[in-house]
Design a protein around this ligand. Structure first.
Ligand SMILES: Nc1ncnc2c1ncn2[C@@H]1O[C@H](COP(=O)(O)OP(=O)(O)OP(=O)(O)O)[C@@H](O)[C@H]1O
Length: 271
């Protein structure tokens, strides 16, 4: 039986308490198919606002597929078909009436491998706002500076904004990709193993950022790393073979899971 992620927050003091209990985004009976193969099986789940939710599970269980469906990134994959609903700001984002570019502006995404454009640092961050019609030079400068500051990259790059983003280190490139998503002023940030290609110091910086982000954003992160999920998330959802097996407060999932499969996974018995 699928356990719904409880939207209410209990007990512990956390940062970003605003809108306790509100739901940022909700999947209802979501199924995703690649041709004949069903990768996600009727998953229903709510993501509380201003919280970090981690999606965990063994390789191939569907974590990335599910994450991508939350901002219609699966539309880009030939042969991929989605059934069910994703409710965000009172709309089903899968409805044909919805403008997918607006959805992705509000629900930003950062991928496993840093993927800056072969342009300057400034142009990478200004790209989205420019594409959405922002032409005012001062406004663009302001957006670039504040986004880079939020991504904790400003101090490292402020003197070379007009040099190539490709000359940055991997960790810096990933923070640039985060700044690029923040420049669109999103409500939700989807992070697909954002630190898995990075060294421990860069990973630590990304984890710190994620913890800060919940003041302003709702964060949903796919991670292979269970210690990382335990460190940074408020809620954890465990997927297995395309099904949501269990979701709840991270502490409960890691110390007192309700399902045997979750217990087996977190104690390293498979995966
Ligand atoms: N583009 C694609 N075309 C066809 N099948 C795909 C595609 N992407 C994923 N799949 C299949 O869908 C299932 C779920 O894959 P997905 O990448 O979502 O899992 P995951 O849990 O994120 O795995 P990992 O942790 O290894 O990244 C797998 O069986 C995978 O082979």
């Amino acid at each position: 039986m699928i356990e719904m992620l409880k939207p209410e927050v209990t007990g512990t003091e956390r940062e970003g308490k605003k809108e306790d209990g509100a739901v940022a985004i909700e999947a209802k009976n979501l199924s995703v198919f690649y041709g004949e193969h069903q990768a996600i099986k009727r998953v229903s789940m709510k993501f509380p606002k201003h919280r970090v939710t981690a999606l965990i599970g063994p390789s191939g269980c569907g974590k990335s597929t599910f994450l991508r469906s939350l901002n219609r990134m699966n539309d880009e994959i030939p042969g991929c078909r989605v059934e069910g609903q994703i409710f965000f700001q009172g709309m089903d984002i899968n409805s044909p009436k919805v403008n997918v570019f607006e959805v992705r502006k509000k629900i930003g995404m950062v991928f496993q491998r840093p993927n800056p454009f072969a342009k300057s640092i400034f142009e990478n961050v200004a790209f989205g706002p420019k594409n959405h019609g922002e032409k005012d030079k001062e406004k663009l400068e302001y957006i670039v500076e504040t986004s880079l500051k939020k991504a904790a990259l400003w101090e490292e790059v402020k003197d070379r904004l007009h040099t190539s983003a490709l000359a940055l280190s991997g960790g810096q490139q990933q923070r640039l990709c985060i700044a690029r998503a923040l420049a669109m002023n999103p409500n939700v940030l989807l992070l697909d193993e954002p630190a898995s290609a990075l060294d421990p110091v860069s990973t630590g910086k990304i984890e710190e950022l994620i913890t800060e982000f919940k003041k302003d954003y709702t964060v949903i992160i796919v991670t292979h790393n269970m210690q990382q999920a335990a460190r940074i998330s408020d809620y954890t959802a465990f997927f297995y073979m395309g099904e949501l097996i269990e979701a709840g407060e991270t502490r409960q999932i890691f110390t007192n899971p309700k399902q045997q499969k979750t217990e087996d996974y977190i104690s390293g018995n498979f995966g």
